[in-house]
Write a protein of this length. Structure first.
Length: 165
């Protein structure tokens, strides 16, 4: 079970942390570090494989990239990566292709407020995709579920932080 795996591998860290959302926290869920272990990454991708429904999956750089790639391999589905900025290379925000109207399920490591997921969804929607579902490893239960629902996105999680702490 992913909850036990995250606890055993030390993914739950205590201290003083600033999250992507800008919020301060006394704990941090380090999926990025944990996902460098192929056994843990495989476990996450197998769990994600049961929850994704679309033909294409997508993830925002950086944390969702290994999760998205591993899940694509597990499922045989195509994937796209959403960049945060147009800073280098081809300066495209979306790496990978899809047809207008195609449905893309978004994957994420940890979700707090849902802001990063909403930004990724909007980037894909602006490019013609349909995004109405997201799957994360851990939901920190700090408003993302409600905010994403208000924006037409259902959020599923492998584990909620209240189940871990």
């Amino acid at each position: 079970m992913i909850k036990d795996t995250l606890i055993e591998c030390g993914a739950i860290k205590t201290g003083e942390f600033t999250l992507t959302s800008g919020k301060k926290s006394k704990y941090y869920v380090d999926i990025k570090e944990s996902a460098t272990d192929p056994v843990i990454l495989g476990e996450i991708s197998r769990e994600f494989a049961h929850l994704v429904k679309s033909e294409i999956i997508g993830g925002m750089e950086l944390g969702a990239v290994p999760l998205t790639v591993a899940t694509a391999i597990e499922t045989g589905k195509r994937y796209v990566i959403i960049r945060k900025e147009r800073t280098h290379g081809t300066k495209k925000l979306i790496i990978g292709t899809f047809k207008p109207g195609q449905v893309i399920d978004l994957l994420e490591d940890v979700v707090t407020t849902g802001g990063s997921l909403l930004k990724a969804a909007q980037t894909l929607r602006d490019a013609g995709a349909r995004v109405d579902r997201a799957v994360c490893v851990v939901d920190r239960e700090e408003g993302a579920l409600e905010m994403l629902r208000e924006n037409g996105i259902d959020l599923l999680s492998l584990v909620k932080v209240s189940e871990i702490l």
